[in-house]
Design a protein around this ligand. Structure first.
Ligand SMILES: [Zn+2]
Length: 434
C-alpha cells in the first residue's frame, strides 16, 4: 500500500453502524479515498504519518442550509421578527450588495465553516457561479443555487438572473471535481407562485438536479398559504412537482402531520435550523416526530445574519438539548443520533451518501480531526457525547475534503485568510455602511 497519509493511534467515530467506534486505530488515505481503517497497521509505506492519540477523527460536517454571502450582515439587524427583519432590514441592505461584496462574504463564510469542520454546504444566494469557483479553490463540497424569487406574477424567465445562473451552474459546474452540484432553488411559497414552481420542477427533472427551498418557516407564512391556496406549502409544492427529485426543505417548523407524511413518502429532507428558528422566534421544528415518521432530517446554521455564525457546532448542541427540554424527555435526540443529522443525513440531502458522510474503506476522505487534548474534553467517557455536548468549533484541528487538507492547526491551506478578512472589511462592509 502506498498511502498519501496515515493517521496512527487515533480514535475514529465512523458514523458507520457496522462499527461505530475504533480506538487506537489506523486510517489510511490514498488520493481521494479512505483505503485503510482498522486497529491493525496497514502494510506498505505512507508519504506522511500523523501520530495523533489525542485526535478523534469523524466525518466532516454538512451544513445543509446556508446563505453564506450574508455574513456581511452578521449582527446588522438582530432581535426582530422574521417578516419585519426581512422586509425592513435585510432585503433593503441586500439590494446594496455588489457581486464583489457577496464574493468577499462568501469567502469569509467558507473560511469560517471549513475551520470549524464543515466539508460541505448547501447554499442559496446570489452570484453562485462565482461561488462555485470559490468552492473549487477552497476545496470543499457545495450544492449551490440562486433561488427563484418573484414577488409579483409578472415573471419572465428570460430576464430572471436566478434562472440564468441556474443554467450556467448546470452547464459549467454540476459535478465539477466531484465537489460542486447545481441545485434548483425556490426561495419559498410566499415569495413565488405556481408558474415559477412548474418551471423549477421541470428544470430539476430534465437535468436530474436536487431542489432546495424554504418550507413552513413561520406560522404566519404557513397560515397565509392555507388561506390563499387552501393547501399547505408542502402539499402545494408536492402538487407542482417540486418533490419529484430529491429536495432539501429548510426549517419545516410548522408542517402538519399530513405534511410530514408527504415529506417521508417523497424522501424530502427537512433541515433543522434550531439556532435561527429560536433567534427569529419562528418556533421549534418537531424534529423527533419527523425522525419517528421516517423523514431524513439534516442540520444547518442558516445565514450568519440570522444566527451570527457559520459554525455548525452550536446548532449541533442546540439540536441535542432543545427537544429534551421542550418535550420533558432527556432520551430524545441522543448525541450519536444528533451527529447523524450533521453527517450522514446531510450527505443524503446533497445526494452524496454513496461517497461521503461516514468513515469506511472505499468512501471519500471527507473528514475532520477534533483535538481532545483540551481541558474541556477531559475525561471522555463517551466520544459522541463529548463531540456534541463539550467540543467547540475551535477544537477542529484538521479539515479534509476528498483527501485534500483544507485546514490544519490554525492554517487555511487553500484560502488566503488575511486577504479574505481585508476584503470583508474594505470591499463588502462599505456597501452596507457606506
Ligand atoms: Zn434560509
Amino acid at each position: 500500500m502506498n498511502l498519501d497519509l496515515l493517521f496512527r493511534g487515533i480514535t475514529v467515530l465512523t458514523m458507520d453502524d457496522a462499527r461505530p467506534l475504533l480506538r487506537d486505530a489506523y486510517l489510511g488515505i490514498e488520493g481521494r479515498k479512505i483505503v485503510w481503517l482498522d486497529t491493525k497497521a496497514p502494510e506498505g509505506t505512507a508519504a506522511r504519518t500523523l501520530d495523533a492519540p489525542h485526535f478523534v477523527l469523524m466525518p466532516g460536517l454538512f451544513n445543509t442550509h446556508t446563505h453564506l454571502g450574508m455574513s456581511v450582515l452578521r449582527g446588522y439587524a438582530d432581535d426582530y421578527e422574521l417578516d419585519t427583519w426581512l422586509r425592513q432590514y435585510i432585503w433593503p441592505a441586500e439590494a446594496k450588495l455588489t457581486p464583489e461584496a457577496i464574493l468577499a462574504a462568501d469567502a469569509l463564510s467558507l473560511a469560517e465553516g471549513i475551520a470549524s469542520g464543515t466539508v460541505s454546504f448547501t447554499d442559496m444566494y446570489f452570484h453562485e457561479p462565482k461561488m462555485a469557483e470559490l468552492c473549487l479553490q477552497a476545496g470543499c463540497m457545495a450544492n449551490l443555487c440562486n433561488a427563484f424569487m418573484c414577488l409579483t406574477d409578472e415573471y419572465d424567465p428570460n430576464t430572471d438572473r436566478a434562472f440564468q445562473e441556474l443554467q450556467v451552474l448546470t452547464r459549467d459546474y454540476h459535478n465539477a471535481d466531484g465537489r460542486i452540484k447545481a441545485d434548483v432553488g425556490v426561495h419559498g411559497e410566499y415569495t413565488s407562485f405556481p408558474a415559477v414552481w412548474e418551471l423549477a420542477a421541470g428544470f430539476a427533472k430534465e437535468h436530474g438536479l436536487n431542489v432546495h427551498l424554504h418550507l413552513s418557516e413561520t406560522k404566519r407564512e404557513h397560515d397565509a398559504c392555507v388561506a390563499k391556496y387552501g393547501m399547505t406549502p408542502a402539499a402545494l409544492f408536492e402538487k407542482y412537482g417540486l418533490f419529484d427529485t430529491r429536495t432539501t426543505a429548510a426549517h419545516c417548523v410548522h408542517v402538519t402531520d399530513e405534511d410530514v407524511e408527504i415529506l417521508a413518502a417523497r424522501g424530502v429532507t427537512a433541515v433543522h435550523d434550531p439556532g435561527s428558528n429560536l433567534k427569529l422566534a419562528s418556533g421549534v421544528q418537531r424534529t423527533e416526530y419527523l425522525i419517528k415518521k421516517g423523514v431524513n432530517v439534516s442540520l444547518a446554521t442558516d445565514s450568519a445574519c440570522a444566527i451570527n455564525t457559520n459554525e455548525l457546532f452550536y446548532d449541533l448542541k442546540l439540536a441535542a438539548i432543545l427537544h429534551k427540554g421542550i418535550q420533558l424527555d432527556p432520551a430524545l435526540l441522543p448525541a450519536a443520533e444528533t451527529l447523524k443529522l450533521a453527517t450522514r443525513n446531510g450527505a443524503y440531502a446533497q445526494s452524496r451518501e454513496k461517497e461521503s458522510g461516514m468513515l469506511r474503506v472505499g468512501m471519500d476522505a471527507d473528514l475532520i480531526a477534533i483535538d481532545f487534548d483540551k481541558p474541556h474534553l477531559i475525561p471522555c467517557h463517551d466520544v459522541a457525547s463529548s463531540v456534541v455536548y463539550s467540543a467547540r468549533p475551535s477544537d477542529v484541528a484538521l479539515t479534509m475534503c476528498k483527501g485534500k487538507i483544507l485546514y490544519e492547526n490554525g492554517e487555511w491551506k487553500t484560502l488566503d485568510i488575511e486577504r479574505i478578512k481585508y476584503d470583508m472589511l474594505h470591499v463588502a462592509l462599505p456597501c452596507v455602511t457606506g
